[in-house]
Design a protein around this ligand. Structure first.
Ligand SMILES: Nc1ncnc2c1ncn2[C@@H]1O[C@H](COP(=O)(O)OP(=O)(O)OP(=O)(O)O)[C@@H](O)[C@H]1O
Length: 363
């Protein structure tokens, strides 16, 4: 068993605090993502777990072994922690097999283990290629095989997919996720990419300015963000000012059903901010110009909803983001819809909300 516990870690550089008491637990074999904007302290946390940065306070415990703690600072090479760095960092003069073997004690390098690992990451055929002859995704799989070679208790992945182009990224993420699942190694990925965190992890820990603001399964982080900041950072949100009405918010979109965010308190009439996911807005045509057959996300014939002016349509194939001006609002809002057949700039549409929003006390 190799449960990872990060306990009340406080870290600083030259006296400037960077992590302010970060705690979370990754169960044995689980995959955790530490998600946060640039400068939030993700790399510092990873380096602390690896033993490359000494925290001022707190502990790192793996499978009951204290790696960092009061009067304990185990050196990185004794921690049984593997690292997959951002740029894969393969040795350019060694072939694929030799790169993987490098992760093993000298005596085991000629044995079957490197080949087993290459089999595991699906690269057995490329054992004798040089790193310069591999795709970005293949290089990452070699780096993962090398990190897994000594059977570490924990694997740390430092933004490993950021250099890959978008078309390759989803595929490599899925492959690496599958290999780690099969190896049953506890893993921690740091990333600023919310899609990556939500799609790969069993547990997402969100860092903001050195503080852990929420930890939980991806669905919980997305569906029940604990703050307005989190709602906007993870998944994006339309945020509208309004007044609390007990089970709804009166705002520029009318009375929108809503519940209060965790820990929030509001009385009837209090000023709140309503967070709604862009995909929970639907658009219906208004008037002749937009009439006709509507597609899945366009609610033809409905006369409910608030009339808004379409400013811009960004078409992504699988869906589209429609930027809208709502009466009484200075800032435009964005709706994410499945079809934009009848939606054109300067057209009027009716905007409705399909799911309850979340209300936070106004700042
Ligand atoms: N070696 C260092 N010396 C001094 N300050 C540092 C050092 N490394 C990081 N910092 C500062 O610590 C804070 C956290 O940095 P860290 O690299 O951990 O954040 P991050 O979330 O990983 O950011 P990014 O996503 O941009 O890599 C930042 O304000 C950064 O400027």
């Amino acid at each position: 068993m190799s449960e990872l516990q990060v306990r009340k870690v406080v870290a600083a550089y030259d006296g400037a605090p960077v992590l302010h008491g970060v705690s979370f637990t990754v169960p044995s074999g689980a995959f955790a993502a530490v998600l946060g904007p640039s400068g939030s302290g993700k790399s510092t946390l990873l380096r602390t777990i690896a033993g490359l940065h000494a925290p001022l306070e707190g502990a790192i415990v793996v499978g009951g072994r204290v790696l960092t703690g009061p009067r304990v600072a185990m050196p990185p090479e004794r921690r049984r922690i593997g690292i997959v760095p951002q740029d894969a960092a393969l040795f350019p003069h060694l072939d694929v097999r030799a790169n993987v073997a490098f992760g093993l004690p000298r005596a085991q390098r000629g044995g079957a283990r490197p080949d087993e690992l290459l089999e595991m990451v699906g690269l057995a055929d490329l054992a004798h290629r040089m790193p310069g002859e591999l795709s970005g995704g293949q290089r990452h799989r070699v780096a993962l095989a090398r990190a897994l070679a000594p059977e570490p208790d924990v694997i740390l992945l430092d933004e490993p997919f950021s250099a890959l182009d978008a078309s390759l990224r989803a595929e490599v993420r899925a492959q690496i996720r599958q290999v780690l699942r099969r190896a049953r190694t506890t893993a921690v990925l740091v990333t600023h990419d919310q899609d990556e965190a939500l799609s790969m992890a069993d547990i997402v820990a969100v860092l903001d300015q050195g503080r852990l603001v929420q930890v939980g399964p991806p669905e919980e982080i997305y569906q029940e963000p604990r703050s307005r900041w989190l709602a906007q950072f993870v998944g994006g949100a339309v945020v509208l000012p309004g007044a609390w009405r007990g089970d709804a918010v009166e705002c520029a979109l009318g009375d929108v059903p809503a519940h209060l965010g965790a820990g929030e308190v509001a009385r009837e009439g209090d000023a709140v901010e309503l967070a709604i996911r862009p995909e929970h807005l639907t658009l219906a045509p208004v008037g002749e110009g937009l009439g006709g057959v509507a597609d899945a996300s366009v609610d033809a014939g409905a006369d409910a909803g608030t009339v808004a002016l379409v400013r811009h349509v960004a078409y992504f194939g699988h869906d589209a983001v429609v930027t809208l001006d709502l009466p009484g609002l200075d800032e435009p809002i964005e709706a994410r819809v499945l079809g934009v057949h009848h939606i054109r700039p300067d057209a009027e549409v009716r905007v409705s909300v399909t799911r309850p929003g979340i209300a936070f006390a106004a700042r």
